[in-house]
Design a protein around this ligand. Structure first.
Ligand code: NAD
Length: 294
């Protein structure tokens, strides 16, 4: 069992740290928000006075923070402080450039490092069923894998530094585009007098089949567990989807890739958020799509 420092005990990090405790590790945590620290403490995480205190004696440091600037600032502070060979793992969703900078920073201090963003949301974080997509060299990945397995059920090595973040934003760009596509199909079906169930029964067993339809159906009824049946409570909030789309578009720009539908999806989610719906599940975009016709 390992000494693990966990920095960022929010909606995702809190339950992830709790699962490391459950697996038998000694976890020292830190967050800026008192309520997050209190909740983690109740789950068996020892709360340190600062991030620097949390990493004393740590063999592994995990960060789960909002964005690239937070990860770079925390890693810049901690990397020079930690012991030799301490494994640095960042599970936040951040831009590929910042992830590569964080890796480079660790490398300057001869520390192994992995970017390992997740898919699966707060439910996956709580139930230890997250998917991790990891970037880093083979040895660092091999060392990180058993730790990630305590918090998730599928761990994929995507390639070198930053490859985990690249896979994450590509996946979520597909998801945003497919959710808008499914929403447009239901909105058109409604205008054509087609019932939701009839369209679902056909598309879910035809070539229109996809996760946005069969697991996260944006209309109530056909998939009882989808957020549409719960007043579009997240789930995965539209604001987080917009964040990931922005990351995909930044990456597309800097890599010189053409992603016209990704760009359009970003503008659609941007309008949805500006209309005050950032806290709605991202499948609520169907309301925006319907509204466009009026
Ligand atoms: P959150 O805002 O609930 O948690 C982030 C935590 O980081 C906060 O508690 C904040 O106080 C803390 N923090 C910020 N700066 C800090 C610092 N310098 N030192 C210590 N703590 C600091 O966010 P979340 O929902 O837990 O998401 C975390 C990351 O996971 C994000 O990058 C997000 O995009 C990604 N993610 C979230 C979900 C989801 O469904 N919530 C799903 C997949 C990925």
């Amino acid at each position: 069992m390992a000494n693990i420092a966990f920095i960022g005990l929010g909606n995702m990090g809190g339950p992830m740290a709790a699962n490391l405790v459950k697996a038998g590790h000694k976890v020292q945590g830190f967050d800026l928000v008192q309520a997050s620290k209190d909740a983690a403490k109740a789950d068996g995480v020892s709360i340190a006075a600062s991030a620097a205190d949390a990493v004393k004696n740590a063999e592994i440091v995990v960060t789960m923070l909002p964005a690239g600037k937070h990860v770079l600032s925390v890693w810049t502070e901690l990397v020079p402080l930690v012991g030799k060979n301490t494994l640095m793992i960042d599970c936040s969703t951040i831009d590929v450039e910042s992830a590569r900078h964080a890796h480079a920073h660790a490398k300057e201090h001869n520390l192994p490092s992995v970017d390992a963003p997740v898919s699966g949301g707060t439910v996956g974080a709580k139930n230890a069923t997250l998917t991790f997509m990891a970037g880093g060299d083979a040895k660092a990945f091999a060392d990180a894998k058993p730790i990630l397995e305590n918090m998730g059920k599928k761990i994929v090595h995507c390639g070198e530094a930053g490859a985990g973040q690249a896979a994450k934003i590509c996946n979520n760009m597909i998801l945003a585009i497919s959710m808008i596509g499914v929403s447009e199909a239901f909105a058109l079906g409604e205008k054509l007098g087609l019932s939701h169930q009839a369209l679902f029964d056909v598309a879910s067993t035809s070539s229109g089949q996809c996760w946005s339809l069969t697991t996260y159906c944006p209309v109530p009824g056909p998939v009882p567990t989808s957020p549409a049946n719960n007043d579009y409570k997240p789930g995965f909030a539209a604001a987080l989807m917009l964040k990931d789309l922005r990351l995909s578009q930044e990456a597309a720009k800097s890599a010189g890739a053409a992603t016209p539908l990704g760009a359009h999806a970003e503008s659609i989610y941007d309008a949805f958020e500006k209309a005050g719906h950032g806290g709605v599940d991202f499948s609520g975009i169907i309301k925006h799509v319907r509204h466009l016709a009026k």
